[in-house]
Design a protein around this ligand. Structure first.
Ligand code: SAM
Length: 272
């Protein structure tokens, strides 16, 4: 699991990131729809909701009236640099999701964007248990996943598509390369390995940026991975499903229509 200071670089370059790394308007529409339909069915009073991370698009979305949203993030750099909630009266707590510092059944909704991918697989089970513990039995969990395909792509194929102009955004390229270099779920992919492979294949990123019309600082976001032993994990959809299946029932699964959306399902769950 990454120590908190591994998020210092992303906290500084957050504004340069976009879909699929950050949720698109389409994802926010799905998050809202799932929360509203749960809210209509359960009809709670004010909603106690948890945001796993500090995703600004989720913090600022249109929550049911009376919602008390608390963000939980391990990185003080991300809370200080990216979290927009302080000015909105929303709290942010510095903690790990596997050890949520809240009583059992204290929350009704938990929502997270790409959370399990920033964990190593050995933290999956404790994270799932922790989420289930703090949620009420009639609660709701909504997660957007980053899933690798069942049949892996070769890194050479990703670079060939990059050279041929068949990849629409640098962020989609970065995720495809990361997934192509991914080992088993237990091993994940080491961030420094992504950077090394990238650097060997594209030694002059300024030329790529000019050719593709991508801002050089956006291309430079991959340099955040340089020298980091941190591992990300991209489960297959089946692995993602089995991760939660002991504690949650899947209620809905949406595949967004944007580039790489087939690898970014938003899944709504109800506690078992
Ligand atoms: C939610 S994830 C993925 C980013 C997401 N797609 C977005 O747009 O916000 C990134 C966040 O997770 C936080 N994080 C990583 N590991 C964590 C853990 N074990 N517990 C709590 N927060 C963690 C990081 O500090 C970072 O702010």
């Amino acid at each position: 699991m990454p120590p908190a200071d591994n998020w210092t670089r992303p906290a500084k370059s957050w504004a340069l990131r976009a879909s699929p790394l950050r949720p698109a308007a389409e994802d926010i529409a799905v998050y809202r729809r799932e929360i509203r339909s749960w809210h209509g069915a359960v009809a709670p009073g004010g909603v106690a909701a948890l945001l796993l991370g500090v995703t600004p698009e989720i913090a600022t979305m249109d929550w049911p009236a009376g919602t008390r949203l608390t963000a939980v993030d391990v990185s003080r750099a991300m809370i200080g640099g990216v979290w927009p909630g302080a000015s909105r009266g929303q709290a942010a707590v510095c903690a790990r999701w596997a050890k949520l510092p809240f009583p059992d059944g204290s929350h009704q909704v938990a929502i997270g964007d790409g959370c399990y991918s920033v964990l190593t697989a050995d933290a999956y089970e404790a994270t799932t248990r922790s989420l289930r513990r703090v949620l009420r039995p009639d609660g709701l969990l909504v997660l957007r996943w980053f899933t690798r395909p069942e049949r892996p792509e070769a890194p050479a194929r990703v670079f060939a598509d990059l050279a041929a102009g068949r990849i629409g955004s640098f962020h989609a390229f970065k995720w495809r390369l990361a997934m192509a270099l991914h080992d088993t779920l237990a091993a994940g992919v080491r961030l420094s390995d992504i950077w090394e492979v990238w650097h060997a294949a594209v030694p002059h990123p300024e030329r790529l940026a000019a050719e593709r019309g991508w801002p050089l600082p956006v291309v430079g976001t991959i340099d955040d991975f340089r020298g980091l032993a941190t591992r990300y994990t991209f489960p297959t959809l089946a692995e993602a499903r089995s991760t939660l299946s002991d504690a949650f029932d899947e209620a809905a699964c949406h595949f967004p229509s944007y580039e790489l959306g087939e690898r970014c399902p938003v899944i709504a769950y109800r506690p078992r």
